[in-house]
Design a protein around this ligand. Structure first.
Ligand code: NOJ
Length: 548
């Protein structure tokens, strides 16, 4: 870390806990707080600075917790508020900070506000906290506009009383009206509720979606991006509207009321790095996910452009970069990198599956190299649970097991995101691989593949060639190496297809994305490499950290 005085979030490695798939403490087949607490020693020995926990609030689970019925309650599936408090304390004792998810764009249709809105009827003040509108057409039977749900189908549902309500995601996730002062006040109060229980920050779901164009105009016809042309911002009626930053200026003030460095990370999808940087200005949020990095293919030019643009734009507003390779919404990256086509294919769906045979060995070599690249870049990084085990996407879940609302909403044309959410293998030869206790009463909520024993944390521990030991060593070295974490990089001359950069003092990272072996630049020691380095030469799809 470059400076002892810099806030922790400028260089943190944050581990994403998809709680329902991390560790099951009570044997009901679903991960929970008890399971997470039991695995804190594992996370400490892995060497992460913080955990981001996907939504754990009371929820009917139409979108696995992203449909929140009560932001001040923990869902009984996961535990209680008292257990959450204990988890926060214990994590802190292990030196691990805790960042829950907050979901401000929508609530569950079971939230007290939405139930009150339904009961109160058209034109009532209760409906004003959401986005209710009459329909179009003579009898109002057409939706108010042509917006579409991110999960497929129209973004509007009609009620028996004739009103329509907006849901940019599932119908069970009605969008809130952020022009309403009570909505603003309520979320600031929820932030205070959890900040005062010790959380160190929040990951903000759909941070770019809260403000809608007041007139709710139709979406303009979609223009496909032009190959080779830089991305540009297009005014959109519900994504990334300028007024959203006003909300976050208020949130920043709330965070600043609390001692310590509390922080926000935005899940914000923006057209350009400039637009993304607007979320993390000094009076706004602290950091944002870098989805351009996640979506980049294993291509040296594309990666270098993303890295340069991210560092330049975020640096221009004084924010640190963050780097992420996988999360609970995308195909796990060893499977992405093991596919031949260079096309962007980050969503787990049929298009992805049809793209040709998987060379998982290749994908794994690249994933190992990508980990060393990501962890050597300036700023912070995210590790999605199971990434440190090198887990593949589970592409052959039986259709009867699929639970992601995308599967139903797409009329069974897109399988959705379940393949990256399969419960983690911890130990043992057969399912549930230590995910649930021995006396569990239910099988894991998604079936684990029969060949997953080799991926378990226990099987990999102590095996110097394993993904887990690579992550452990990399995280240990990252902590011990003053050049890593926040600050800058300098690119070095390197052969075609090779990325090489220097961090001060005395550190070089080389990643060989070419098809040829490449000689390592001068160094005093190879600190770590993603595969064997022989004769001072780095094989294709490998990376090395050097002391210089
Ligand atoms: C983004 C989350 O990452 C995703 O899992 C969720 O389905 C949507 N937001 C809706 O809340």
């Amino acid at each position: 870390m470059s400076s002892a005085a810099a806030p922790w979030w400028r260089s943190a490695v944050i581990y994403q806990v998809y709680i329902r798939s991390f560790a099951d403490g009570n044997g009901d087949g679903v991960g929970d707080i008890a399971g997470l607490r039991s695995r804190l020693p594992y996370l400490k020995s892995l060497g992460v600075d913080a955990i981001w926990i996907n939504p754990w609030y009371k929820s009917p689970m139409a979108d696995h917790g992203y449909d929140v019925a009560d932001f001040r309650e923990i869902d009984p599936l996961f535990g209680t508020v008292a257990e959450a408090e204990r988890l926060i304390e214990e994590a802190h004792e292990h030196g691990i900070r805790v960042i829950p998810d907050i979901v401000p764009n929508h609530t569950s249709d079971q939230h007290a506000w939405f139930r009150a809105a339904l009961a109160a009827g058209p034109g009532s003040p209760e409906r004003d906290r959401y986005v209710f509108r009459p329909g179009r057409g003579p009898d109002g039977s057409e939706p108010p506009n042509n917006w579409v749900s991110s999960f497929g189908g129209p973004a509007w549902t009609r009620l028996p009383d004739g009103d329509w309500y907006l849901h940019l995601f599932a119908p069970e996730q009605p969008d809130l009206n952020w022009q309403h002062p009570e909505v603003r006040a309520e979320f600031e109060s929820v932030l205070r509720f959890w900040f005062s229980r010790g959380v160190d920050g929040f990951r903000i779901d759909v941070a770019h979606g809260l403000i809608k164009h007041p007139e709710l105009p139709d979406l303009p016809p979609r223009r496909a991006p032009v190959e080779g042309q830089p991305a540009r911002h297009v005014d959109h009626p519900h994504w990334d509207r300028d007024e959203v930053h006003d909300i976050y200026r208020g949130w920043r003030k709330v965070a600043d009321e609390f001692p310590g460095d509390r922080c926000f990370v935005a899940e914000a999808w923006a057209d350009t790095p400039e637009r993304l940087a607007a979320y993390v200005r000094r009076d706004g949020l602290h950091t944002a996910f870098n989805f351009d990095f996640l979506m980049s293919t294993w291509d040296p030019k594309e990666l270098r452009t993303v890295i340069d643009d991210s560092l330049a734009m975020l640096g221009s507003v004084g924010a640190p970069a963050t780097w992420v390779l996988s999360n609970h919404d995308v195909v796990r990256h060893p499977s992405r990198y093991g596919r031949p086509s260079p096309a962007r294919r980050w969503v787990a769906n049929d298009t992805y599956r049809a793209e040709g045979p998987l060379d998982f060995g290749l994908g794994t070599r690249r994933a190992r190299a990508a980990a060393l690249l990501m962890l050597a870049l300036p700023g912070g990084a995210y590790v999605y649970q199971g990434e440190e085990l090198g887990l593949p996407e589970v592409e052959d879940l039986p259709e009867s097991a699929l639970q992601d609302p995308i599967w139903e909403r797409s009329g069974h044309t897109q399988r959705g995101r379940d393949g990256c959410r399969v419960p983690i293998p911890w130990s043992g030869r057969t399912a549930p691989y230590g995910f649930s206790p021995d006396d569990a009463t239910a099988a894991p909520w998604l079936p684990q593949p029969a060949h997953w024993a080799e991926f378990s944390a226990a099987a990999q521990t102590g095996d110097a060639t394993s993904m887990l030991e690579l992550y452990r060593r990399a995280l240990r070295l990252r902590r011990a190496t003053p050049a890593l974490g926040d600050s800058t990089l300098t690119w070095l001359d390197a052969p075609e297809g090779v990325l090489a950069f220097r961090r001060e003092p005395g550190f070089v990272c080389v990643v060989n994305l070419s098809a040829e072996p490449c000689p390592l630049p001068g160094h005093t020691a190879v600190l770590l490499s993603s595969g064997p380095v022989e004769g001072g030469v780095l094989a294709p799809d490998q990376a090395a950290w050097l002391a210089v």
